[in-house]
Design a protein around this ligand. Structure first.
Ligand code: GLN
Length: 285
């Protein structure tokens, strides 16, 4: 990128956008990279438009643009993603939380608020990653006791930091699926387990494949292996009047409906679609 004589924030971002365009990348990312890096909102940016950008910020910005051009997701470059209105730290040890998972949490919250109101519940998030689900549940329903598990020690460190940053008291436990809570029962269990089939890699975005943790994305047996293991153990972990909300792959609805109807013969089991009309959630209530 050509070095400008007077480098205002506005000029730099405009130049950044042209640089991205030349490299066939979305130009809006030029602004997002700067704002996320500086923890600014749009108003902060507008107030600084005509001010000179310090050299160190400029060099960091240039580095960020180059990393984005190389394919690194913006969220990993700036170390942050927004989830359900809260900023969360993310790094290559954690999946970048997706909007489909916000839909899952929204559905769980609506159900719980309607069913039990403000009555305190015991909630569990299996495979918490950055802590997105557990943090949102505790933030929205502070009276509940929230537990989150993950097999990855490194992911749990990130989740703990996120909970601390938002002053939320969540119990984090390391271990495989339900193993750390095998002697407990819960009113509400939510999970977005790895569910992508290893055979789908050629259809996937290269930046996802190259940068996101494969252990958080993929599962064996056509992406079904963790749902299968959970189908056997979840009935012991869910209270008899409890409910379960799981994110699923868009081609897994039919099979999972059958499997979970068998696992929970006395409960209502249903598949719900996401905003794009694709099967995305398994609900047991
Ligand atoms: N629960 C986390 C999320 O929804 C992590 C999920 C995962 O790693 N599969 O973002």
């Amino acid at each position: 990128m050509e070095i400008l004589r007077k480098r205002t924030y506005q000029q730099t971002v405009q130049q950044g956008a042209r640089y991205l365009e030349l490299n066939n990348k979305h130009t809006y990312v030029a602004e997002r990279l700067l704002l996320d890096r500086l923890d600014w909102n749009k108003t902060d940016f507008i107030k600084h438009l005509n001010q000179e950008m310090p050299e160190d910020i400029f060099l960091q910005y240039l580095d960020d643009l180059n990393q984005f051009i190389e394919g690194k997701p913006v969220q990993y470059i700036v170390g942050k993603e927004w989830f359900y209105g809260l900023p969360l730290k993310v790094n290559s040890d954690t999946l970048i939380p997706r909007s489909e998972t916000e839909e899952l949490v929204q559905i769980a919250l609506t159900h719980l608020n309607k069913k039990v109101g403000t009555q305190p519940l015991k909630t569990l998030d299996i495979g918490t990653g950055s802590g997105a689900i557990a943090i949102t549940m505790k933030h929205e329903r502070n009276q509940d006791s929230v537990t989150a598990t993950d097999i990855s020690e490194k992911a749990l460190r990130v989740a703990e930091e996120n909970a601390r940053n938002h002053q939320l008291d969540i119990r984090f436990l390391q271990g495989d699926l339900l193993e750390p809570v095998s002697l407990e029962t819960f009113d509400c269990i939510i999970s977005n387990p790895p569910y992508i089939s290893y055979s789908e890699t050629e259809l996937m975005d290269e930046s996802v494949l190259e940068y996101e943790p494969h252990s958080a994305l993929f599962a064996g047996n056509e992406g079904m292996s963790l749902y299968e293991r959970l189908a056997y153990s979840l009935p012991f972990s869910l209270k008899t009047d409890g409910c379960l909300f799981m994110e699923i792959g868009f081609q897994q609805g039919e099979k999972l409906l059958e499997l979970y109807k068998k696992a929970f013969p006395d409960k209502e089991v249903l598949i719900q679609q996401d905003i794009n009309g694709l099967d995305r959630m398994l609900i047991v209530k």
